[in-house]
Ligand binder design. Structure first.
Ligand SMILES: *[C@@H]1O[C@H](CO)[C@@H](O)[C@H](O)[C@H]1NC(C)=O
Ligand SMILES: *[C@@H]1O[C@H](CO)[C@@H](O)[C@H](O)[C@H]1NC(C)=O
Length: 521
């Protein structure tokens, strides 16, 4: 008797073996059929046979196994004893379940070794499995794992960036909503004033107005450092940085307005022009306070500096050249869509020039300045009743012959004043090795007029008597002093048209600077 079976669950060789060993482990006393065995032999099998209990069956099984090297299937045949219990019985009756490709079993018990020549048929698998061998799977798994890891990392980065962006955006929106100045996005991330200004000065016209107001609110006044006709100057702190605050008298609103306007002119920033930080107007109703916040220079005004310092020729040259550079920058019109108008200062004097730590000048106080745009041929004279300092007024201003419709005439008047400032500087420059050779500090015309000269006093000295400051003979012994003496005389010439321009002065002094540098080397 033989039953051909293709069983769905006979594949479990382990189960089969377990069954066999249970059955065949002892059971020699009541033995049944002797079977040929191969691949399913019990431990005590002899000569490739096993002895089943009574009721046992012999089986011959076949299964296709995959051969990776050739990518084909080969039939693997196994033989052995099946126990008489349910398991063995069911396996031999497996033909009741649908056939499975590639495996089959046949049982028999009619004679000893009856299974040796049983050849169960099986349905050959049509196509070999794709070659996913053990060695192939490792790189594949590695690939899948690494792609997954990359994907996760990517998602994490995207999430992180998004969250950061969102937080900043939220803060910005909050600021706009509350319109509070304390969390201005500009100031929230900012460091020093210099960084702030660098960030925003693409146009060279200063910080945004909102930022200026915020800075003005955060200012802490430290001490008063000077008084003038326009108001008072204070040393103050903003986030630990020293700044100067000019507080204007209520009557000087026009000066505050003008100076603020000039500082906000595009491309106004220059190393020899006082650095503007912020302007603000505070107060309600009758009481108002107008502020102008600028860089602070501890060495103070040129006027104060010259009283306590004796210069050598190189520091004299540095002061004079930087002052000329500042004025030249003001006077120069820069063309272009974001160009700079020409600006005339109209109140150049040693008190309006500051000395920086590096020994260069910074021009300050633009309350009287005028701007000129050549395209429209338009001079904007501020509605300001304040007039310049009488002591430094050019003759054409004093005799009121200055042609206010020609912008050049304002520049020429500036050059007259700058000439007087050069004279103040030169007096304080020592020649030779002795500091004592320098003259004492004096204001121009100190020997002609008293401390607060009237318009008429100045007119008489400058226009009628045609007096100019004296040039000491010792200045002829030194090249820088000699050159500056010549320059200042050309600057204060009675005929405005023949005066040197700021650019000309700058070039002359530059050449001197280059020469002296070469000599030192
Ligand atoms: C300015 O003052 C500081 C401190 O008083 C000093 O160290 C510096 O040398 C001065 N600068 C000039 C140009 O004199
Ligand atoms: C003033 O300057 C304008 C423009 O340059 C010129 O047309 C005018 O003639 C000048 N006036 C006098 C009085 O020189």
């Amino acid at each position: 008797m033989a039953a051909m079976v293709g069983s769905s669950d006979w594949g479990g060789k382990a189960g089969l073996l377990l069954g066999l060993s249970v059955v065949l482990g002892q059971g020699d006393s009541v033995s049944g059929v002797v079977c040929y065995c191969d691949g399913h032999c019990p431990d005590n099998a002899e000569n490739g046979t096993c002895i089943g209990q009574i009721g046992s069956q012999c089986f011959s099984a076949v299964e296709e196994v995959y051969i990776r090297e050739t990518n084909t299937f080969e039939a693997e045949r196994t033989y052995g004893c099946l126990p008489p219990d349910e398991q063995g019985f069911m396996q031999c009756k497996g033909h009741l379940v649908p056939h499975r490709q590639g495996k089959s079993i046949l049982c028999c018990n009619n004679t000893d070794l009856c299974n040796k020549h049983l050849n169960p048929n099986y349905i050959v698998r049509s196509t070999p499995r794709p070659s996913l061998g053990y060695d192939d799977t490792i790189p594949t798994i590695a690939l899948i794992v690494s792609i997954t890891v990359c994907l996760i990392v990517f998602l994490l980065i995207v999430t992180f960036v998004y969250l950061r962006f969102k937080r900043r955006e939220d803060r910005r929106r909050l600021c706009l909503m509350q319109n509070t100045h304390n969390c201005d996005p500009y100031l929230a991330n900012s460091g020093t004033l210099q960084e702030l200004i660098d960030q925003s000065s693409g146009s060279g016209s200063g910080l945004p107005l909102l930022v200026q107001r915020t800075i003005a609110k955060q200012i802490q006044m430290v001490q008063s450092i000077g008084k003038g006709r326009y108001g008072e100057v204070w040393l103050a702190r903003w986030r630990g940085e020293k700044v100067a605050v000019k507080v204007f008298f209520t009557t000087e609103e026009a000066s505050w307005f003008r100076e603020t306007e000039i500082y906000q002119t595009v491309l106004m920033r220059h190393e020899n022009i006082l650095g503007f930080i912020a302007a603000d107007i505070k107060g309600t109703g009758s009481w108002t306070q107008m502020l102008l916040i600028t860089d602070y220079h501890e060495n103070g005004s040129l006027h104060d500096y010259l009283q306590t310092h004796v210069l050598d020729t190189s520091s004299l040259l540095s002061l004079a050249l930087s002052a000329a550079s500042g004025v030249a920058h003001l006077h120069t019109e820069i063309f272009g869509t974001r160009g700079k108008p020409a600006i005339s200062h109209r109140d150049i004097k040693s008190k309006n020039i500051l000395v920086k730590r590096n020994g260069q000048c910074a021009i300050a106080d633009f309350g009287l300045a005028v701007r000129y745009i050549s395209e429209s041929n338009e001079i904007d004279i501020a509605p300001n009743t304040r007039v310049g300092t009488r002591r430094y007024m050019a003759p054409e201003v004093l005799d009121e012959s200055l042609n206010t419709t020609a912008f050049e005439s304002f520049k020429m008047a500036d050059m007259y004043s700058l000439g007087l400032v050069f004279w103040e500087m030169c007096r304080r420059c020592a020649t030779g090795d002795k500091l004592s050779t320098a003259e004492d500090y004096q204001l121009p015309y100190f020997d002609c007029v008293h401390s607060d000269p009237s318009f008429e006093d100045m007119h008489e000295v400058v226009c009628i008597k045609r007096i100019r400051p004296q040039i000491p003979t010792r200045w002829q012994s030194e090249e820088v002093l000699r050159t500056l003496a010549k320059v200042m005389q050309e600057c204060w010439h009675p005929n405005p048209v023949v005066r040197l321009t700021a650019l000309r002065v700058k070039k002359t002094l530059c050449k001197l600077d280059a020469d002296s540098t070469v000599k030192i080397v």
